[in-house]
Design a protein around this ligand. Sequence first.
Ligand code: ADP
Ligand code: MG
Length: 339
Amino acid sequence: MSDIIQLLPDHVANQIAAGEVVQRPASVVKELLENAIDANATDIKLLIKEAGKLLIQVIDNGKGMSQTDARLSFERHATSKIKKAEDLFNLHTKGFRGEALASIAAIAHVELKTKQENTDLGTSIKIEGSSLVSQETIATTTGTSIAVKNLFYNIPARRNFLKSNTIETRHIVNEFQRVALAHPTISFSFYHNESEIYNLVSSNLRQRIVAILGKKTNEKLVPINEVTDVVEINGFVTKPEFAKKKRGEQFFFVNNRFIKNAYLNHAVTSAFEKLLSGGYYPTYFLFLTVPTKSIDINIHPTKTEIKFDDEKTLYAILRSTIKHSLGQYNVAPVLDFER
Ligand code: ADP
Ligand code: MG
């Protein structure tokens, strides 16, 4: 008999985790933007080159990291956001898995610059494929900049699997929009190959929606506001006559986190009932606030799916709230309308 099991070295474990967390450049964008938000940034810049294949950089004015934390942040399961298992059911941050930076650094060239307030000097760290290349003390502004270069440079199969620049950019824009919609008071800018894609000033939700989807959206919005014992619902749906033939402008946020949920989506579309003709989808921006202990976010590494305690009740409340709000806006049933 011989023993054959061994523990994988960290860099191999990181690369395996990266396979789940980082599907494409847009996944890196999501993780870096969420870290900037968790650091209480009020101004966030996103720079990409070649659809993120060459460069993804996020610069924030958040609280920054100490020298020790800067190095630790790239270790797996290293997080400042939870301490014990119970914290998983009382989450107030986007992150908690402590996996993103370790995963990203396993499959790219990463340069971090960070400085905390009330310190003169900051830290610069370079990591390539989980190995530390350099760590220096530098002069820099308060906040954090993380540049991720040459994503998947050491996983050719993944790199070759990436789609065209147009498609990868589309995914990045989608992630950016979701985060920017969830945080209208934060100002965001976004540049691709040095040209400006978005420049969003601090505002409220309505203004943010208009800044992202265009001026014409303003007149189309029906406000939704409801408070019950189990959920608070806020946001907007668009009037039925502005429904579109394409999916993709349906935004659900639960406790300010973008999620996908076919069941709740059905609650919204069914509230429109006869107001929509076949094949048309309403645009909506709905924010559900529920007690943190009534949801489980930890069912998928990318955290876009969550489990609710009582999805059926949410469905019913959502549907009736939207029906009621649409009714108040006095929209007469239209079965077939010109567009
Ligand atoms: P998580 O966000 O799940 O904690 P990450 O791997 O994304 O895990 O980040 C690890 C840690 O690094 C975070 O918990 C945080 O303390 C620190 N960190 C990452 N990004 C930033 C940032 N932009 N500003 C300040 N601290 C950061
Ligand atoms: Mg994170």
